[in-house]
Structures are given as structure tokens and as C-alpha cells.
Design a protein around this ligand. Sequence first.
Ligand code: GLN
Length: 557
Amino acid sequence: MAKYIFITGGVVSSLGKGLTSGAVGCLLEARGLRIGIQKLDPYINVDPGTMSPYEHGEVYVTDDGTETDLDLGHYERFTNTPLNRLSNSTTGSIYDSVIRRERAGGYLGKTVQVVPHITNEIKDCILRMAEQDLDVVITEIGGTVGDIESLPFLEAIRQFGHEQGRDRVMYMHLTLLPYLRATGEVKTKPTQHSVGKLREIGIQPDVLIYRTEKSVDAEVRSKISLFCNVPDDAVFEEKDVDHSIYELPIILAKQGLDELILKRLQLPRSESDLSEWERLVDIIVNQLDGEIEIAVVGKYIELHDAYKSVYEALTHAGIENRARVKFRKVEAEELEDEGVEVLEGVHGILVPGGFGKRGIEGMILAARYARENKIPFFGICLGLQIAVIEFARNACHMKGANSTEFDAKCAVPVIDLMDEQLDVTDKGGTMRLGAYACRVKPKSLAFELYGEETISERHRHRWEVNNKYLEKLEAHGLKPSGINPDKNLVEIIEIPEHPFYISCQFHPEFKSKPIKPHPVFGGFVAAAIEHQKNSARPSGTARPSKHVEKGAEERGE
Ligand code: GLN
């Protein structure tokens, strides 16, 4: 019978509950336990798929094609547990199933209410996870304690503990200790209030984890323990990490969090094996000697979370290649105004996924600059479509080449809506989503990187390469090196003449882990390092740009 851990947050949002949930999963897997992780989000959208990245950051996609919260990316990067549609539910999806059941007569004779019908449905979401033969289910509750919309979720998890038995259910609460520079102190009062709020709802946390800028002494910890009614040894510190978010499992294990969970939930006591993570952290702290700079040219560039998994995957590839990856975040529209000078000195260019017309011409300029100047290039989803438009226009001289997404009446629609999308009008969950097979051509860069002829990658798109123009594109040197065998869709393109020019219709960033970097990202970063070595301009003398930012190792979610 599964045991349950609930993770709530208080004081402020964006505390890193997702990272903490992932790290807890990692610690339990290191003890040989089978875990499942899920997130319950209190917003009314059925899933985040229809939200703008400005609202929500990246939409993370699982193998089964569920469009989910970006925290699920953390779960997959920290653990080996495969996620699926059970891993993310929202107020919207929960109401949706209750209302459908009501319409079908499932509650005949009853008044359907938040308590018990919505809370029962929430509890069912948790129980359905456990049916997957797991030792521990970790459930993160989105939002902050005290939010109106979180209440049904908190009531549901309170009831869950009552019904399942407190020895099988554990509550962990994450808060912030703000540091007041003026007085030089760390304050515990907001944490006390936040725990007070939880207790009002009937939940007494078993574990309290505080985020802090500065480490606090035993006295402050005891104060937190006393006022929050949590034992001294169940108070844990998450100080801002020195080097990388991937230090987190080790930081928590050192303080004994996994020991405490095993004891509290009476789980089998096996030795912890965190050796892979220790090796990883050692590389990050001691062995990154090189530094390269990658331009990411996108539309939501000021928002780090919009391309979260892309930055993480680049960081993983950097670790694999023993190099720190700096990001030059280039706003595509700005590139249209200022020209390709903003790309000068970078060692690789990446165009990530996206939707809509804004910034498209800037991305096309970036792809051309990379192609003509032999700078390593990597296009993802929209990035592939951009690369094809650019190649058609400038290498094949196909005037008017475009995607019908940006110009429905363009003369040469090298990118067109997929047949299966022609009659689709609903926006939610209707793209080509999730894992599909791709056949990789032997003797291609893609095959060199993957080392396999059949691969599976995750998708989220409506448009595709128009096969009508493929012959002409190939005749000019664009190689389709990955094809979906069922529908004959182009999945990967490359330019064999170029040192490293590859693009894919799928999103490889979703499958990159720090412990197992993705091969295409690995190859791209290796090519960027090679480009740096070969370029006349010594490293470090690249034109300074206001877009330069430190790699994603730092916390700063
Ligand atoms: N807008 C493009 C499409 O729908 C690309 C999507 C993406 O980059 N995820 O096909």
C-alpha cells in the first residue's frame, strides 16, 4: 500500500516547491523506492496548454501527450519516474469531470457541492496515481496557502490524511525566511503565519522546509520548531544554492530528510545511493573549465521560464562537455531592428519553439546568419520551420516561401498545416501532442548523435514541412534525416555541408536530464566548443551584450 507525501508552500509563490518535490523524489528513488509525482494546480484552465508563456512559462509535454505545468519538467529531470496524464490535474480538469458526471446522471438526486464532490474528485486524482504500483506518491499543491482557490485542495488533502491514517500520510510545508538588509536579520514571522494558516485548515505539517538567502543558526531553527509545532529535527534549510539547483538532493540528504521520511512513513530502510548526483555536482563545482555562449533567439525571451527546459538541456549538455554555458537571450523582434550584429561572437545559435507571427523575420535572419557563417545551429519545432523557410528563400531562391501560420496566402507554403489539423477548431489539447516514432537515416548527423535508427520524441505542433517542396530543398543541400514512419512527416533536417546545422520538429529538451543529457544538445554544445576553438576571435572578447546572462545553474526561479 502506497504512502503519501503532500508538499504545500506558503509566504510567497515561486519558492521552488517543484524543485523540492523533484529532489524528494530523487532521494526516495536513491533508497530504491518506486515513486510517483503529481502536481495539483488551483487554476481553472483544464491544462496550461492554452495559456501564454507570459502567464505560465513553458508548457511541458509528457510522453502520453499531456500538456502540463513546467514543474513536471523538474520532476522528470530529478527522477526516473515516467509522468503521464495522472501527473497534473487542475481545478478546471477536476470540475470538468465532476460536471460531466453530473450531466450523465452520476449524482442523481444530489446537490453537487465543493465539499464533498470536488474534494472527493481531488482525492481520487491522488488515489489513481497510487494504482500504478508505487511505494510513495508525492503530491505538490500549486499556489500558496491562504489563496482562495487552494482551499478545496487543502481540505481534500486534510481529509486524505484523516481517512488513510496519519502514519501513511506526511505533510511538508515550504516557506520563505525573508532577510531584512536594514537590520541584518532573517525573519521567521511570515513562516509562523503561514503554518498558522495551514493549521486553521486542520493540517499540521510534519516537516518544515525554509528557503533562505542566509544560513540561520540553531536558535532560529528552534524558534521555528517551537512556534510551528514541528520537531527540531523536522526543520530543514534550503539556502540559495551556491552553484546549481542539482545540488538540492544532496543538501537535503545531508540534513537527513530522507532518513526522516523513511522513519515517519515506516518505509524499508535501504542504503542511499546518491553517487550519480555526487559525481554530477563534483563536475559542476570543480570540473567546468570552458565557457561558451549560446544565443537563444525567441519571442518570449525576457522570461526565463518560457524556455525553461531548453536552458536546462543546454546546461546538462554543458556539464557533459565540461563547459559552462552562458546564454545570450536575443529578442527576435529586436534582431529585426538591430540586425545580426547582436549575434556577433556567439558560439552557437538556437531557435526554440513558439507560436504566432511576431519576431519570425528576426528568427529567419538568425538562421541565415548561422547557416552562412558556419555557426552551429539548432532549431526546435518552430525553429525547424524557421530553418526550412530561410533555406527555401535564400538557398533555393523560392520567393515568397513561408508558413501558412504566418501568411495564410503565401506563394510558397513550405510549412503547412497538418492534414489532421484542417478541421480542428478547439484550441485545448488538439495539437499533435506527445511521443511519436521517428526513423533516423543512417549516415546522417542525427544518426551520429542518437546512434539509433528508431527514436521516440515528444511533440507539440500543428504545422509541418510541406512534402511537396522536399525534393527541391534536398536538391539544394537540405537533408531530411528523420521521418515519422506512419505519416511520412519530416521530423529532423540537417545541412551536411555545414559543421553542425540540425533542427527537429519535436521537443528534445523535454527528455534531457542532468544525469543523462540529450544527445542532440550534447552534440550542439560540443560543436559550439569546437567553433569557439576554431574561430579567430579568442573567447571572452565577444561583443558584450545586455542579453548575456549566467547559465541556468542558479536558483532564481
Ligand atoms: N507554431 C508551430 C506549430 O504549431 C510550432 C509549434 C512549436 O514550436 N511548439 O506547428
